[in-house]
Design a protein around this ligand. Structure first.
Ligand code: AMP
Length: 493
């Protein structure tokens, strides 16, 4: 019996789509001003003869304009930025590398929505964390629901894992995703309000080798991109050992509480672990000799931690035991780690990424108890390191063939030919908006094309094209119908 799949809201049914196709065809064929249906050739003729329409009146958008206009120029919202075509060689390199390596390690790609119910983040990241309290883009939608732009990806992936019963799939389930995250943070170098992460999550295993595997995976991706990193690693223990340690830390800092920065004074009661990774110099001095979390670990967590380190030793991953790595989100337990540039030892500069174990999050969000582990790499920061270190992404292969045309009639033929050659697997490029042959040949040269296919007035009449060898300048006339064959012969495709 065929499956019946219910269409999602906002997606047209097939019947509706068919109707809209018919409508498009009908609209195409209406002779302007008559409403009469014409067939294609006649329609083109009719359009040629018709009078140009009056320019439509564009209504201004006072709301939008008032919010974003600056000196008369519309700009992107503060903390958000465009990633332009010439930047894409870096972005594509990162994404291709991360995807390839994750798949080689057996991870599957998943995508979850950018928008989620606010309560998902409150319940997972924690109500008293900076991310939820100060940085979340939260609003009420037109239907009255409280929603948020995701500040991170783990919570959404765990929600999807529970919602789709993925715990019934073979475990551990190894997933990765990449995409934009949103935090209303103070924009500065390397910190944006819309930024991009590559996330990896392993659900359904408490084995220490999984902690090591995700660390190796992130390390390998960075290394493949030419970035040397050191892993800063710590163990946050169990929630019981953390409660114990928080009391020890409070007792240690109590007499000097007033010297802490304003944020840390607030954290003192609500989330004292965050004092440990405060960037303020004076706070750092105050906690320089504070008791360390590793000394309060429960036996199981200690064993787990030692085993993770042994695995890392086995594969020669450079790491530093760093008691200041506590991670900003509430759901972490046991292993916590961050990646820093290998030549910076103190771990107080911006991290490329970080992660850890979150063994109780699935249960906390309503699923069955499922241990899990993961990390997020900040793509923006990795790319800016690549640029700063002048690491060059591999160059894309040059198109082998450049299609040039002379005149309007030839342009029509060229548009059709472009598609024919693309379909035949010929690596092709061209600029159909250009006219002059010399200019087009210069472009072909700049792009490193081996051949130019030239369609001119004479060739149109003869049913031929010219194939020009860009290196020798030799040109040959070939039959329009045989271009694919001739190019295949020359390119040995
Ligand atoms: P977190 O989940 O906060 O540990 O973030 C993981 C990684 O995402 C960080 O190490 C950064 O590389 C990156 N990241 C976090 N916040 C931002 C931001 N506001 N702008 C750019 N990158 C960020």
């Amino acid at each position: 019996m065929p499956h019946r799949i219910k269409a999602q809201r906002g997606v047209k049914s097939r019947k509706a789509m068919r109707t809209s196709k018919k409508t498009v065809k009908a609209v195409k064929n209406v002779k302007p001003g008559t409403g009469r249906i014409l067939h294609s050739k006649h329609a083109v003729h009719a359009v040629k003869k018709s009078k140009p329409a009056q320019n439509p009146v564009v209504k201004s958008e006072p709301e939008v304009v008032r919010r974003t206009i600056k000196k008369g120029v519309l700009q992107s919202v503060r903390g958000m930025r465009d990633i332009l075509p010439h930047d894409f060689r870096y972005w594509r390199w990162f994404k291709d590398t991360a995807r390839t390596i994750a798949e080689q390690y057996g991870y599957q790609e998943i995508d979850v929505p950018i928008v989620e119910d606010v309560s998902l983040f409150r319940r997972s990241i924690g109500d008293v964390t900076d991310v939820v309290q100060k940085e979340m883009y939260e609003f009420t939608d037109a239907g009255g629901d409280r929603i948020a732009l995701r500040p991170e990806a783990t919570a959404g992936i765990v929600r999807a894992y529970i919602e789709h019963g993925m715990l019934n799939l073979p475990q551990p389930l190894k997933l990765f995703t990449m995409g934009p995250m949103f935090r209303y943070d103070r924009p500065q170098s390397g910190r944006y309000r819309q930024f991009y992460q590559f996330n990896v999550e392993v659900l359904g295993s408490e084995a220490s080798v999984i902690d090591a595997e995700v660390i190796v995976l992130a390390y390998t991706i960075l290394k493949e991109l030419g970035i040397e990193t050191t892993v800063h690693i710590n163990s946050l223990g169990s929630s019981e050992s953390r409660i114990q340690y928080k009391k020890i830390l409070q007792a240690y800092l109590k007499s000097r509480k007033n010297e802490l920065c304003d944020d840390c004074q607030e954290r003192f009661l609500k989330n004292i672990l965050r004092v440990l990774d405060c960037k303020n110099e004076h706070c750092q001095q105050l906690i320089a000799d504070a008791p360390e979390l590793v000394d309060s670990l429960d036996d199981e967590s200690r064993k787990h931690f030692v085993s993770v380190l042994e695995h890392l030793d086995e594969v020669d991953i450079p790491y530093v035991l760093n008691p200041r790595i506590v991670r900003g989100l509430d759901y972490y337990n046991r292993t916590a780690f961050e990646f820093f540039s290998a030549d910076q030892e103190n771990g107080r500069q911006s991290a490329f990424g970080g992660g850890g174990r979150y063994d109780s999050l699935v249960e906390q969000l309503g699923g069955r108890s499922t241990p899990a582990c993961g990390f997020a790499l900040g793509i923006d920061r990795v790319i800016s390191a690549i640029r700063e270190q002048k690491i060059e992404p591999p160059t894309q292969p040059a198109p082998a063939v450049y299609l040039a045309q002379i005149g309007d009639q030839a342009r029509k033929r060229a548009l059709q030919l472009f598609e024919r050659l693309r379909k035949a697997g010929v690596p092709i490029s061209g600029n159909l908006a250009k006219d002059g042959l010399r200019q087009q040949l210069e472009l072909a040269d700049k792009k490193g094309a081996r051949f130019a296919v030239i369609v001119g007035q004479k060739e149109l009449i003869d049913g031929t094209v010219l194939i020009r060898d860009m290196e020798s300048g030799m040109q040959e006339t070939v039959d329009f119908k045989k271009i694919e064959k001739e190019l295949e012969k020359r390119l040995k495709i």
